[in-house]
Design a binder for this molecule. Structure first.
Ligand code: AHR
Length: 501
């Protein structure tokens, strides 16, 4: 057994929890939309063809904002194809995923889904094959009350009220050579700045996200952000970050430490954005929209033969997540919360079927993957203020990130509620974690839930959908301002306390 400790103190405030930290992502990719959130004819489908069973799980997941419609898909998307009578909508090739897009589900269907799910829409515009004019048309269609060509078209198509979309992504992963309409940093920075400038002429209150690097391993990482922000600093509010993690070559120790990499990623982008701020002599700070993050077994995907048949909604990257993956997702959530002073929006990519916390089968059931649980618990309990904690814990050596703490944790405090989120990365030993709570007199433990299993490769499947879920552990009692909880090997833990009386 190992021992660790940490101190929870209201003085160690990071920032308020941003509700957008718990965003997700719906892309027209694979079966995220078709047979994911939308399946007319399914026994649970509502009058709009939206799957009620999936909607229930989305609400339970606690998702707050959803980025749409891509991803790589957006860089070839003509939004006009996706509105108006369904029978008149054109079927198109989707170059990003080598699929056929029927456009049966489009802008209005997404808005209706978002309303029913109770989430904010985060819209992406196509800056790959399109530009300023089409972004302006889309903005006018979505947000202008009426009396213009595009806004009247929206009304004619059934939406009297404007959609009121506030947050807009200016393209997607434009640094990636795989992107349709890929650009250099200079080219992208210019079009992002001009698109943003024009969109702000329509509505100065929009929140605009410039594309950062599509991963920190891109050869242009750092210089891309610097060049883009030199061009677009005054016009945008956010720079995006994307990161996917996987266990490479059986190196579980490094994989479990993925949060270390995310911290480093955030630190590097913040440093770059602040460097440009200093260089330009600006007061405004650029925040980070970590609008794609997750575990993704991308190496497996890259090794596969790519489909050549232009199928409609084929199965693409339907990764099945295990206990270790859920602990990594928990670690990434801890990193996002810890960086809440600068990461004020984030999207778990994606929401259903495609590298997703929710799985569904056509004509069949839907279920929660292992990774559903840490996200849902953090979305439910991370409230109020984020408090930084510094675990004093044993360390272990990793191939990719050097020496790493066995325990990672963060806390949130909201009035009478105090919650500690913690992971144990050790593969064999329990950690007895002593929480120093002397700065929170009168708080008593109400719950300690754990996600772990002797088989860290165990998954949830259609036949055994609840094989892995959080279970209640012993809460213990606070003695002399200290509470000791036991963290099993490779585990995600939520310790909740409440002010007594
Ligand atoms: O989420 C899957 C894909 O990953 C997205 O389309 C793209 O933006 C990223 O490379």
């Amino acid at each position: 057994m190992l021992h660790a400790s940490l101190t929870v103190d209201p003085a160690f405030r990071v920032a308020d929890v941003s509700p957008r930290t718990f965003g997700s992502f719906v892309e027209h990719m694979g079966r995220c939309v078709y047979t994911g959130i939308y399946e007319p004819g399914h026994s649970s489908a509502d009058e709009d063809g939206l799957r009620r069973d999936v909607l229930d799980l989305v609400r339970e997941l606690g998702v707050t904002a959803v980025r749409y419609p891509g991803g790589n898909f957006v860089s070839g998307f003509r939004w006009e194809d996706s509105v108006g009578p369904v029978a008149d909508r054109p079927t198109r090739l989707d170059l990003a995923w080598h699929s056929t897009e029927t456009n049966a589900f489009g802008l209005h269907e997404f808005q209706r889904w978002a309303e029913k799910a109770g989430v904010e829409s985060m819209m992406a515009v196509n800056l790959g094959t399109r530009g300023v004019a089409e972004a302006l048309d889309l903005l006018e269609y979505c947000n202008h009350p009426g009396g213009t060509a595009w806004s009247d078209q929206r009304i004619k198509n059934g939406a009297q009220d404007p959609f009121g979309i506030r947050m807009w992504c200016l393209g997607n992963e434009m640094d990636g050579p795989w992107q349709t309409g890929h650009k250099t940093a200079q080219e992208y920075g210019r079009i992002a700045a001009e698109t943003a400038r024009a969109m702000r002429m329509v509505d100065p209150k929009l929140e605009l996200v410039a594309c950062g690097s599509s991963s920190s391993s891109m050869p242009t990482f750092g210089s891309w952000e610097a060049t883009v922000l030199e061009e677009a600093y005054d016009q945008v509010d956010y720079i995006s970050c994307h990161a996917y993690y996987e266990e490479l070559d059986g190196d579980l120790g490094s994989f479990l430490a993925s949060g270390v990499d995310m911290d480093h990623f955030v630190e590097s982008v913040v440093a770059t954005a602040d460097h440009i701020r200093a260089k330009l002599g600006r007061k405004k700070r650029i925040n980070l929209s970590f609008d794609e993050w997750n575990v993704w077994y991308n190496t497996r995907f890259e090794a596969q033969d790519k489909p050549t048949d232009w199928a409609v909604a084929p199965r693409v990257i339907e990764d099945e997540y295990n206990v270790a993956d859920a602990v990594v997702v928990g670690g990434l959530l801890i990193s996002l919360l810890r960086n809440s002073d600068r990461v004020t929006a984030a999207c778990l990519a994606q929401l259903v079927n495609v590298i997703a916390p929710i799985r569904s089968e056509a004509g069949g059931p839907s279920w929660r993957q292992t990774t559903f649980h840490p996200f849902a618990q953090a979305a439910r309990h991370a409230r109020g203020t984020v408090l930084r904690v510094e675990p004093v814990a044993p360390t272990y050596e990793t191939n990719r990130f050097g020496e790493v703490s066995v325990v990672d944790a963060v806390a949130t405090h909201d009035g009478d509620e105090l919650t500690v989120f913690a992971i144990n990365r050790h593969q064999g030993d329990n950690v007895e974690l002593a929480l120093d709570l002397r700065a929170f007199p009168g708080y008593v433990p109400v719950e300690h839930t754990v996600l772990s299993d002797p088989d860290i490769r165990a998954t949830n499947t259609q036949d055994d959908p609840d094989r892995i879920r959080p279970y209640a552990a012993d809460t213990g009692a606070v003695t002399d301002g200290r509470l000791t909880v036991s963290l099993p090997p490779v585990s995600w833990n939520v310790v909740r306390l409440r002010r007594a009386g």
